[in-house]
Design a protein around this ligand. Sequence first.
Ligand SMILES: Cc1cc2nc3c(=O)[nH]c(=O)nc-3n(C[C@H](O)[C@H](O)[C@H](O)COP(=O)(O)O)c2cc1C
Length: 290
Amino acid sequence: MAAVTNAPFRLVARECGAGVLTSEEIDARALVQGNGHTVALARYLPEEHPIAMQLLGSDPDILAEAARRLEAGGADAIDLNMGCPVAKIVAKGQGAALMRDPLAALLILRTLRKAIRVPLTIKIRGGWDDRTVNAVEIARLAESEGVDAITVHPRTRSQQFSGLAPWEIIASVVDAVGIPVTGNGDVRSHDDARAMIRATGCAAVMIGRGALGAPWIFAGLTVSREEKARIIRRHCALIEASLELRTALVQLKKHLAWYAGGLPFAARMREELFGAPSAAAVYDVFWGIW
Ligand SMILES: Cc1cc2nc3c(=O)[nH]c(=O)nc-3n(C[C@H](O)[C@H](O)[C@H](O)COP(=O)(O)O)c2cc1C
């Protein structure tokens, strides 16, 4: 998840039990041009293996060059983002816009497949809108171009994040291809994950928002309050150790606000957290109420 699943959060998720980690979306062109912010997004910690790096782009050659660099940097898989619904992204023909243009998608996948040896995966949506639900078509095309696995978030681009994720679309992709399909959408617990596997036959489950403020979701056990506090402290320490000062402060506030989500006075705490001028002040607010 963009601006969320950076190295500290991913590593905490791994320590809680997550299998494969995926980077946030990385703009292929900015990476190839050496943009400092983008290059920083592509960094990961050695303990994060196996880790997939997700690319965003529409130009096959630029995507291929970015993928080669990420592979050379040790990425265990390259994932192509075909699901991002954000207006300024789809306006550039990227993200979910690739679902609308199977020929462009085919050309990109063919070029990417030739460029790298590590697994090539894609993340798709159900389709562009209600009238063009084409996840199965895109999945078949991807399989025939040598894509190794597919993640399906079955809402369409027009749905953005509204309504329930129509898991039956995941099932139809599972039925249509022989490569592993990861299901994604609205999984908030291990019970939900099991229900998704039962309902769709998917080979794996990807969790996004359900992990915000709750990376212990990957543990699948009841986690005590003391253990949660330990995980939160570990997450904060990783943020401070691996992110640049200003980014670290923003990330501390964001994640601690999520961790505070269920607590009484959470709304007031959020306000105080976001107003805090330093990491020390942020911790005073959070641990004062936790
Ligand atoms: C803040 C935010 C950022 C996201 N960024 C990305 C991204 O960079 N790449 C991606 O494939 N999906 C991204 N997503 C979509 C999620 O990966 C996931 O498909 C979606 O949230 C549905 O799954 P969930 O119900 O488990 O959250 C993002 C979602 C959110 C809420």
